[in-house]
Write a protein that binds this ligand. Structure first.
Ligand code: TXA
Ligand code: MG
Length: 366
């Protein structure tokens, strides 16, 4: 079904009419996925839901298919793409694991299918376009039933980055994908809003000479991985990467790019009351400002300084809720044309670490 709210484009600059197919349940899923499967098997792109964010998928084995992802997103060619699999056989097919075999198996038992991406040695079948010229490949088995079914039905490992234009917040609804990919791809599968809302945890298992290291925190936390492996692991420090101080830069090319950023400037603060009270800059009075903060502060925060209309304010109750709505809210505030978004967040434990990571990147200088 074509989405009735959008006129699929007739603009001749656009190559494709972008169709959205709503999939509301798993009944007759093969029939519902038929068109998507045909596109993937003929090396075209399909956007699809996962439990984290929407992915922009292509046949991971085909250079020409994967190249289209880079074009559609405007993604730098040295930024490698995660390969999504639906079975352990498929994992074997895309990887050539030489060391840490036991640990990798253990991690898969603990967290797959789910939001953990493992970086290991790639097999010869995976082209360098997919891995950004690296010898390693990032692989994950999503738990979202539609994502799993799509991989199974097409019988292909699916290379899929988040389905946004490079640098923008990842899409968590089909309409967010449409906003970025309209005219650039022919099909978006709509599976509703993504549950987690932030991208998967990326864990580098490729270097046997050092501890496993989290290159990107996500829903699967450092503590959970340590419990699963029964040993300590490392986590990459964002500040080191943004300041180009770390040798990891070469290991994870994607980390050096500014990510997750709305058009508006983002200011991150631990205490919004204090921030507004101390921020006397007259500029604040004249800009459209969006506010995101913990609901426990009630409405008193705005009384300290400026008044922000209710429709530009979002309060969250739990970090899970915040995580799943963050990108959606950033995009919404951009569409309402605010020029500044002030976000209060201070919880750096567990999943809070992943949220803080995205907020630090969103608020870092362009
Ligand atoms: O939740 C997710 O992971 C989503 C959904 C669609 O699965 N995908 C996603 O992909 O976030 P993407 O491309 O937006 O982010 C992948 C990250 C990038 O930062 C990339 O640099 C890193 O993983 N990456 C991929 N392959 C790598 C490799 N071989 N070595 C180091 N980093 C790698
Ligand atoms: Mg991305």
């Amino acid at each position: 079904m074509t989405n009735p709210h959008f006129n699929t484009t007739t603009n001749t600059n656009f190559k494709f009419e972008t169709k959205i197919i709503q999939i509301s349940d798993m009944k007759n899923i093969s029939d519902q996925l038929k068109e998507a499967v045909e596109l993937l098997q003929s090396n075209e792109l399909v956007a699809f839901p996962t439990e984290t964010v929407y992915g922009l998928g292509a046949n991971a084995f085909e250079e020409n298919a994967v190249k289209k992802i880079f074009q559609a997103k405007g993604r730098p060619a040295d930024n490698p793409i995660i390969v999504h699999v639906s079975s352990y056989e498929m994992f074997q097919e895309v990887t050539a694991v030489k060391h840490n075999k036991e640990e990798i198996k253990r991690l898969q038992e603990c967290f797959w299918p789910g939001p953990l991406t493992l970086i290991v040695q790639k097999s010869d079948k995976v082209p360098y376009v997919t891995t950004g010229e690296l010898e390693t490949v990032a692989v994950r088995m999503p738990v979202h039933p539609m994502a799993l079914a799509l991989i199974k039905e097409s019988n292909l490992p699916i290379a899929a980055p988040s389905a946004n234009i490079s640098g923008k917040p990842s899409p968590t609804t089909a309409l967010d994908v449409f906003e970025d990919m309209q005219g650039k791809i022919s099909l978006i599968l709509d599976g509703g809003m993504c549950e987690i809302g932030l991208e998967s945890t990326v864990l580098d298992m490729s270097d046997p000479t050092r501890k496993p290291i989290i290159l990107r925190p996500g829903k699967v936390t450092k503590q959970q991985i340590e419990r699963c492996l029964g040993k300590e692991i490392d986590i990459l420090n964002v500040a080191d990467v943004t300041e180009n101080k770390t040798p990891i830069k070469a290991r994870s090319p994607g980390m050096k790019y500014r990510h997750y950023a709305p058009k508006a400037d983002v200011i991150l603060t631990r205490s919004i009351g204090e921030f507004l009270a101390s921020y006397n800059d007259s500029k604040l009075k004249y800009q459209a400002i969006g506010l995101i903060y913990d609901a426990k502060y009630g409405t008193t925060v705005v009384e300290n300084g400026i008044k922000v209309p209710e429709e530009l304010t979002y309060t969250y109750q739990t970090i899970e809720q915040f995580g799943s709505n963050l990108y959606f809210k950033l995009r919404e505030l951009d569409n309402k044309r605010v020029s500044l978004i002030i976000i209060q967040f201070s919880d750096s434990d567990g999943f809070g670490e992943a949220i803080l990571n995205r907020l630090q990147k969103a608020s870092s200088k362009k």
